[in-house]
Design a protein around this ligand. Structure first.
Ligand code: FAD
Length: 481
């Protein structure tokens, strides 16, 4: 524990009471990130239960010159939710701010505290015959505040957009302890800068999001999830075009799944193999609607098989079969599935470049790491977003030499930019991408971000040392954008 902050700890303890106080030594899991890569010892851990308690914590920390790192569900994949040891900081968890404040089915909105999990909001919406647009594998743990701060994407971006598109209004505590009340639940409001957007995707660097009004949608009671074996990866754009032509609004998921991940998930989680036909790549998709979509799914699949784009396909007939398919998707990250570490990418490229991108990454990996290297990719194909990993092998416990990881990352990042893509499609910059994002942002763009940060948080109170505004300017000022 950082020493010399006894007075601050006493003040914070008074501010949040015993229910909101956690001894750092009692919460080892909170100071190490989800993947066990980043960690740091905070001065204190507080769990305020109200906006006023958040304000008191902010004021106390600002007075003491101690930073605040905000933690929601702690599922960040870029090291965003843990303190560093570079500067004394207090870890503020939103885990006690979990109230659904109100739900208005007629206005299609729900107002929640930032610590509510995505699943909690999904369930509250379903109870009044409505649906939340946001969804991804960490739904049971990831919070609304975290989703807003990372502008999380996920499985439904095709239909409902990223989190930004679901936020109608929000409230945040600022660095001086004042409250930005942007909770007005209006779909339209053209009265100047729309300031809530600064906090969406701001990675907690401008304030602490305390309450959010989220958009709801009519419940899509009808859905068909399908799993299809691709003849070759190069067919994905054609398949996407066909699916959109049939029912653009109804296409709610269009995900890429590799055979290595299917085999690994079957072995580790005991789920059933969806079909006997095997391929290197599969498509996991879903059509949804307020009326039946059975014909859409079968038409799409049978026409694609006939056109020679798919080898075979199955449509889930029961809830259990559907769940089985989504386990196959949710458990794909290789760090956890195979316990391997190598180079990792959360890239997006235009959808018509996805297959070229994978092939080019395979060529880079073979050149730098030899033919044994595995380029394992899965992800939100419909958004052009590939979670791509280069590993020495998928043998359990495999570790790639860190110098080689750097080389592979630099080469594939260049490839990403050449293809008009981004190195962070949805996980944010956090601590992980600071050096890598620098090559994508121009000096002008980085300077604009720093000016925003300096205007709202001049003493760098919130989440210091993470987020794109902290990236160094590339030596050639450069950038690709
Ligand atoms: C299995 C798994 C699957 C995933 N799938 C996806 C996916 O498909 N798409 C996707 O986009 N992400 C995905 N993620 C990443 C992660 O779930 C998202 O980034 C999520 O938005 C993080 O939410 P959280 O509550 O866990 O936030 P945390 O991890 O706690 O924090 C994330 C960032 O937000 C900040 N923050 C958190 N709460 C607040 C607040 N109230 N105010 C201000 N700042 C705050 C933190 O300081 C940190 O910088 C996945 C993660 C896992 C583990």
């Amino acid at each position: 524990m950082t020493t010399g902050h006894d007075q601050l700890r006493a003040t914070l303890r008074d501010a949040v009471g015993s229910a909101g106080w956690l001894e750092v030594s009692d919460a080892p899991g909170m100071v190490v990130d989800f993947r066990g890569i980043y960690s740091g010892q905070p001065v204190a851990i507080v769990r305020p239960g109200t906006v006023d308690e958040v304000r008191a914590v902010v004021r106390a920390c600002a007075a003491a010159g101690v930073a605040i790192v905000t933690q929601g569900g702690h599922t960040s994949l870029s090291g965003g939710s843990v303190p560093t040891d570079d500067r004394p900081s207090v870890l503020l968890s939103t885990s006690r701010m979990t109230r659904i404040e109100s739900i208005d089915p007629a206005r299609y909105t729900i107002t929640v505290e930032a610590g509510c999990t995505i699943e909690q909001v999904q369930q509250a919406a379903a109870a009044v015959d409505r649906q939340l647009g946001m969804d991804w594998g960490a739904r049971g743990t990831a919070t609304v505040g975290g989703a807003v701060s990372t502008n999380a994407g996920g499985l439904n971006v095709l239909r409902y957009g990223p989190t930004r598109d679901s936020v109608v209004g929000l409230e945040a505590v600022l660095a001086d302890g004042e409250v930005f009340d942007g909770l007005r639940a209006l779909r339209k409001d053209n009265t100047g800068y729309d300031l809530k957007h600064l906090f969406i995707g701001g990675e907690g660097s401008l304030g602490i999001v305390t309450r959010v009004v989220l958009k709801l949608h009519p419940r899509q009671d009808h859905h068909r999830t399908f799993f299809a074996a691709l003849v070759e990866l190069e067919n994905v754009h054609d398949l996407y075009d066909r699916a959109c032509a049939l029912d653009h609004a109804g296409l709610t998921a269009f995900e890429l799944v590799p055979e290595a991940g299917v085999a690994g998930t079957i072995e580790s989680f005991g789920v059933a193999r969806p079909m006997a036909t095997r391929s290197d790549w599969y498509l996991l998709g879903r059509f949804s609607g307020t009326s039946p979509v059975d014909d859409t799914a079968t038409t799409f699949l049978s026409e694609a098989v006939e056109a020679g784009l798919l080898l075979d396909a199955v449509v889930a007939d029961t809830a259990a079969q559907e769940e089985n398919l989504w386990v196959l998707r949710d458990e794909l990250p290789p760090e956890t599935l195979f316990d391997v570490k190598g180079a990792k990418f959360d890239a997006a490229v235009p959808i018509d470049r996805v297959a070229d991108y994978q092939r080019a990454a395979e060529a880079v990996a073979a050149e730098l790491c030899g033919d044994e290297a595995v380029v394992y990719a899965f992800g939100h194909l419909g958004d052009g977003n590939l979670h791509l990993y280069v590993n020495a092998s998928l043998e359990r416990g495999s570790r790639m030499d860190p110098a080689r990881v750097d080389e592979v990352q630099a080469a594939i990042d260049r490839l990403t930019w050449e293809m008009g893509g981004t190195v962070s499609a949805e996980h944010g910059v956090g601590q992980e991408l600071l050096d890598r994002v620098a090559g994508q942002k121009s000096a002008v763009e980085l300077a604009m971000m720093r000016r925003v940060k300096a205007a709202l948080d001049p003493d760098d109170l919130f989440n210091p040392g993470r987020g794109a505004h902290c990236a160094p300017v590339a030596a050639d000022d450069g950038g690709t954008t």
